[in-house]
Ligand binder design. Structure first.
Ligand code: UT7
Length: 324
């Protein structure tokens, strides 16, 4: 028998405020047409002034627990992937613990920017396989609206706020690709590319949160190449290829990156979950949001092979293959 970490529940939360592209035309030299054609984004959600990352995470966690038919007492630990925490410390995960009434177990944050959910899921898988936990909440939650430079049209039109969560449970498998659960993962980072996407402030530099800075075009080119290679590596580790994948659930940064990666992998777009038009780039929240949408629309079903891949600041990138 082989231990597997299986997704038993998924949920998401989006703040009420929906901002269409046309909103930016009022204050910036931009257009709905430019944003749609260059990124695929049509609208995004922004958190209310009094709504924090942990608030979004708590809503998503509750939805995932309900979907799994479990309650917080069943959970051994919480991992939150975020780069926009409420405070420098404590972690968002401990705030989620408090708000859900969890007085046992552990919680910690994972910071790998847009690849954060892939990193958190891989860490959660390792904790389960090592026998450290039986049931974990893995959450991606962000309020990127808080680190936007609203005068920079090349970035502020691209990002949004939201949260998604999964409940990951230990289950016995037979050690083959027929098992449900996480079958393979591949993580990478390369700090030489730091200038491509970063925030220009922080605790030990400016003492302030800072604003997001991005070299969009060079990053775009890195993204398609690195996402394809990490996806291929994750599949190769378990003797699979693109044709074995039922659903690609990619990080939602740009429809052209999503299309380019799917094409290179030989996977048609009708087997790709796309939410970028409605959510914009929600960084670490984008994959669990897309998973939740894919499941609630009845597209991702138990037994399906799901491949998720993401890249972001660092650069940090990676992929996970799992059987739903
Ligand atoms: O989540 C982490 C990973 N993120 C990514 O992977 C994002 C990767 N990059 C991208 O998605 C794309 O590069 C962007 C959507 C950011 C930009 O698309 P692009 O096709 O690479 O455009 P560009 O940066 O080459 O800019 C083309 C032109 C420039 O004008 P000039 O120099 O050609 O006159 C920009 O100044 O578009 C201009 N531009 C805009 N025009 C209207 C940049 N932003 C805007 C805007 N509205 N909002």
């Amino acid at each position: 028998m082989t231990l597997r970490a299986v997704v038993e529940g998924v949920g998401h939360y989006l703040p009420d405020r929906v901002v269409p592209n046309s909103e930016f035309e009022k204050s910036l030299d931009t257009s709905d047409e430019w944003i749609r054609t260059r990124s695929g984004i049509e609208r995004r959600h922004f958190a209310a002034d009094d709504e924090t990352t942990s608030d979004l995470a708590v809503h998503a966690a509750r939805a995932a627990l309900e979907n799994a038919g479990l309650n917080i007492d069943d959970i051994d630990g919480i991992l939150v992937a975020t780069s926009t925490p409420d405070l420098t410390f404590p972690s968002v995960a401990t705030m989620v613990q408090r708000d859900l009434g969890m007085t046992r177990g552990f919680g910690f944050d994972v910071q790998a920017v847009c690849a954060g959910f892939i990193y958190a899921l891989t860490n959660a898988n390792a904790l389960i396989l090592a026998g450290q936990a039986k049931r974990l909440l893995v959450i991606g939650a962000e309020t990127f609206s808080r680190i936007m430079d609203w005068t920079d049209r090349s970035t502020c039109v691209l990002f949004g706020d939201g949260a998604g969560a999964v409940v990951l449970c230990a289950q016995e498998g037979d050690g083959t690709n027929a098992d449900r659960g996480i079958l393979s993962a591949d993580l990478n980072s390369d700090g030489r590319y730091r200038e491509m996407l970063y925030v220009d402030g922080g605790v030990s530099t400016s003492g302030s949160a800072g604003k997001l800075r991005m070299q969009g075009n060079p990053l775009f080119r890195q993204a398609v190449e690195k996402l394809t290679s990490t996806a291929d590596t994750a599949l190769e580790k378990i003797g699979m290829q693109g044709s074995d994948v039922d659903w690609i659930v990619p990080h939602q940064a740009n429809i052209r990156i999503i299309q380019g990666t799917a094409k290179k992998m030989g996977v048609p777009m009708d087997r790709v979950i796309v939410t970028v038009q409605d959510h914009g780039n929600t960084s670490a929240a984008s994959i669990p949001l897309a998973l939740s949408v894919g499941v609630s629309e009845g597209r991702i079903k138990p037994g399906d092979i799901v491949l998720s891949e993401a890249i972001g600041g660092g650069l940090a990138w990676g992929a996970v293959v799992l059987r739903w």
